[in-house]
Ligand binder design. Structure first.
Ligand code: ADP
Ligand code: ASP
Ligand code: MG
Length: 457
């Protein structure tokens, strides 16, 4: 059996839904479990409707029109969609009256996006003679913690999925069980409240289903020809990476590439279930395959990614650096303020690290660290990460520094990840896109470090 996940752009309107239904039909003999995101920009629209409701305005027209029109254009009964839209309007009215939206009510609100899209797809597939049934994720056992907005799935989810879908997956359900069309992104906690798995979380929904059911593969269908050598919005010549490992993709996602959810590799890493990234707009393109390890020597660099808006902190303590317990003390201070660190580099006299600016209470942290070190906090930085084989870091760094020096780019920190797959540079945010372009050309351009190699991996 296989899992087929379609992102928002793949199901953005009635035409796209018809097209995706054709793709699903082609794979119907493989007993697919289908996972869907919300249509197009629905999640963003719902979040901005919540913001508007805070100032007393109920703005739901775009979401209502999209789903009602789509049901009509697909020629299916509007009943399921209308019921949900009614509940959604009631919720927004509540928010607008209270002028308050908690993380928990935000999750309840955005869950409507995925719940609407699966009803439309299941309705349409049924109208085409495919036995399909929509399933809200909690109905097939998706159980999470109560960390609303970015919840983690509980281990019980694995067994629950097997209990609910095992017979279908094994082909033992005979004609008795319809193809499940499952909501991505959402779950329920142990108290029964709706949670979400973080933006882009439908990828994780798909990979945990695939891993739990030991699927032959998990297909994630997007609007690009696979995992690309960098963000195509920065470098339009970015090209598909044919094969990557779970570790490489996890780092790529963690360091900013939107293409897959940062935690989505974890389930398949445990079971070795292959994940394929395909383009629903270009079905014949081979896409990318994500596996445990490279069987042949791959090119030195897999991809480049960047994460803007980070803060660089230099901690200097000639008195304590290198002394027993110093690093523990520093990291305790970060933990006390719930600030997680992305990249670290140490030298003889200083420790440099980066943190995500949006989430940090710098005043409290500075106060604590200044008790034993001098601190320099610099905002508006960017981490540019090279996903590569760090065993070949000398060649990669030599080529990178030559290119950066030629263009006069000042790299403020460099760190080689312990994971063996990443090297990160820190630069100013406003230089970040140029650095990515420069490095992409240096590795993947004509005569570059990986020219002619990446196709052979
Ligand atoms: P979906 O909604 O189908 O999950 P996303 O929009 O979340 O799709 O992710 C796909 C988008 O990620 C692409 O359209 C592309 O703009 C962006 N992206 C950024 N970096 C990469 C990369 N390295 N490879 C592929 N896509 C990338
Ligand atoms: N709809 C959610 C989002 O936009 C989840 C997803 O698309 O994976 O983030
Ligand atoms: Mg996504």
């Amino acid at each position: 059996m296989i899992v087929m996940k379609f992102g928002g752009s793949s199901v953005a309107n009635a035409d796209r839904i018809r097209h995706v239904a054709e793709i699903i039909k082609k794979f119907s003999s493989k007993r697919p479990v289908v996972v869907l995101s919300a249509m197009g920009d629905t999640t963003d629209d719902l979040l901005s409707a919540a913001d508007q409701a805070l100032s007393g305005v109920i703005s739901l027209e775009a979401v209502e029109k999209l789903h009602k029109t789509t049901a009509q254009e697909l020629g299916i009964s509007p009943k399921d969609v209308d019921d949900l839209l009614g509940e959604l309007r009631t919720l927004l009215t509540g928010i607008s009256m209270l002028r308050e939206v908690t993380p928990r009510s935000k999750d309840y609100l955005v869950s409507f996006g995925e719940r609407l899209s699966v009803r439309l797809m299941a309705g349409y597939l049924s109208s085409q003679g495919v036995r399909a049934e929509f399933r809200d994720a909690w109905d097939i056992g998706f159980l999470s913690d109560s960390n609303y907005v970015n919840a983690d799935l509980l281990p019980a989810t694995w067994e629950n999925i097997r209990n609910r879908l095992g017979a279908y997956a094994a082909g033992k359900a005979g004609d008795g069980m319809a193809m499940p069309i499952v909501t991505g992104f959402i779950a329920k906690d142990e108290k029964g409240f709706i949670t979400t798995l973080g933006r882009g979380g439908s990828d994780l929904t798909a990979t945990i289903i695939g891993a739990a059911l030991r699927a032959d593969e998990v297909q994630t269908w997007k609007d690009v020809d696979g995992i690309l050598t960098t963000d195509p919005r920065i470098v339009k010549e970015a090209r598909p990476v044919p094969i990557a490992t779970y570790d490489e993709v996890a780092e790529l996602a963690y360091f900013g590439a939107q293409v897959l959810h940062p935690r989505s590799m974890q389930p398949c890493l445990q079971t070795g279930t292959p994940v394929r990234v395909k383009n629903s707009y270009n079905v014949d393109a081979p896409g990318s395959i994500i596996v445990t390890r490279h069987e042949t020597t791959p090119s030195p660099v897999r991809a480049i990614t960047s994460k803007k808006g980070v803060t660089l902190i230099d901690i200097v303590s000639t008195r304590m650096l290198g002394q027993y317990g110093f690093l523990a003390k520093v990291f305790d201070s970060f933990a006390d303020h719930s600030i997680s660190v992305d990249v670290v580099a140490t030298s003889e006299v200083s420790l440099s690290l980066t943190v995500d600016s949006k989430k940090a209470n710098f005043a409290g942290l500075r106060h604590d660290l200044e008790k034993y070190a001098s601190i320099d906090i610099r905002k508006d930085k960017s981490i540019v990460t090279i996903i590569c084989d760090v065993r070949r870091s000398s060649a990669i760094l030599a080529a990178s520094f030559a290119a950066l020096a030629r263009e006069g780019v000042n790299v403020q920190m460099i760190s080689q990840g312990a994971s063996k797959v990443n090297i990160s540079f820190i630069c100013d945010s406003d230089e970040s896109d140029d650095v990515v372009r420069l490095l992409h050309d240096c590795y993947f351009g004509k005569g570059g470090l990986c020219d002619g190699e990446s196709a052979s991996v």
